[in-house]
Design a protein around this ligand. Structure first.
Ligand code: WQD
Length: 357
């Protein structure tokens, strides 16, 4: 039996593939490489010494996706695939609604048809909008403030309706806070297209000399130093949360929602300082206007995931900075090899890090 991972070549997807393969799972990855590169999967194979069954498919192509279900014994699905740039979603809402929502409906229809009813869904703390109070629990008010966030919220509601129409479904909805960092090997990491929207990839691009200085969006928030506070979580901690969420749906029925965060908030200036301490690299910055739609403070109450998934974020902000820098400094241009893969194919890195046993 295999685990189907949509968007498995992406930042969180690739790190989750590593954890699943190391746990002994067999995986099938579907990705259209709209925001990722084949090289990330090659490196996952290199890190784990494992093969990866891969299909380059856009989830909107129902007939092509159906072949994946026909040709494999899929036990469960982890659904990462989706567009995720907040600003872009404001400019191209229809593209976000079609890509994120329609593709999820197509996926779930095929899961239903082939009786694959175990699903882990990649949601986001963005569904909480501007939180009225922190820390944020799963029962906190939901108010997405942009089309991207609304797609996540709508998909959560679709999945809840799906479950209540057929309680054979087992669904875990994971609301990520701010994933940063990289695998300790420096082999895989965050590789955004173009100028990064998010804080840590912007910082590492400044550190590696590709961007001149960090613009800090606002310094008048009612926070420890006036800059925005977020709950940064190491991407490997996040990936391990997916393995535990998969374990849970293998053992128990129902639909469950979990915040995956550390429960601790750091301001932008605190992250900059932590990065400089961890790496010895100075980050020049200037304070600019606040970014519209930004909340002042956002961090999780992670107790439900700790209790029900036996999951707790272990890595520190120092680890996140150190690991982000190791990835970026060793891969200043991210994944550069953009080779064409046969479709479908078995991805096996020619040079496994781990000697062939
Ligand atoms: C963090 C802090 C900024 C960049 C977003 C999405 C969310 C999720 C994670 C997908 C804020 C400040 C940032 C910069 C800055 N993505 N900042 N200068 O906005 O909390 O969340 O990414 O699920 O959906 O909304 O993350 O990293 O963009 O910002 O000062 O160049 O850093 O104001 O306080 P955010 P972020």
């Amino acid at each position: 039996m295999e685990i189907l991972i949509t968007g498995g070549a992406g930042f969180i997807g690739s790190h989750t593939c590593v954890e699943l393969l190391n746990e002994g799972y067999e995986i099938i990855v579907v990705d259209n490489f709209s925001n990722s590169k084949p090289e990330s999967l090659k490196r996952v194979s290199k890190l784990t010494g494992k093969l990866i069954k891969f299909y380059q498919i856009d989830l909107l192509k129902q007939d092509l996706l159906e072949k994946v279900f026909q040709d494999n014994q899929i036990e469960a699905v982890i659904h990462f695939a989706g567009l995720k740039a907040v600003g872009e979603s404001v400019n191209f809402p229809l593209k976000y609604y079609e890509n994120n929502i329609t593709s999820t409906i197509i996926l779930c229809e095929l899961m239903q048809k082939y009786k694959v009813k175990k699903l882990v869904f990649s949601s986001s703390a963005t569904v909480y909008g501007m939180p009225e109070k922190v820390p944020i629990s799963e029962g906190s008010p939901l108010k997405a403030l942009n089309p991207y966030g609304r797609t996540k919220l709508m998909i959560e509601e679709i999945l809840q309706d799906l479950y209540f129409s057929d309680t054979e479904w087992r669904i875990s909805i994971l609301r990520y806070f701010n994933p940063i960092g990289a695998h300790e090997s420096g082999e895989i990491g965050e590789d955004p297209n173009g100028i990064p929207n998010n804080l840590m990839p912007y910082i590492t691009k400044v550190a590696v000399g590709q961007l001149e200085e960090l613009q800090i969006y606002g310094k008048d928030y009612s926070t420890i130093d006036g800059t925005g506070v977020r709950d940064y979580i190491h991407v490997v901690d996040l990936a391990q949360g997916h393995v535990l969420a998969l374990d849970k749906i293998k053992k128990s029925t129902g639909i469950h929602i979990f915040n995956l965060g550390t429960g601790k908030g750091y301001s932008v200036l605190e992250v900059v300082s932590a990065f400089e301490t961890a790496t010895g690299v100075k980050i020049p910055f200037k304070i600019t206007q606040p970014r519209s739609g930004d909340a002042a403070i956002c961090y999780a109450n992670p107790l439900k995931a700790e209790k029900e998934l036996n999951w707790i974020a272990k890595k520190t902000i120092h680890d996140m900075c150190e690991d982000s820098w190791r990835w970026q400094s060793r891969n200043p241009n991210g994944y550069t090899k953009n080779e064409e893969l046969k479709n479908p194919c078995l991805i096996q890195s020619e040079d496994f890090l781990i000697p062939n046993n």
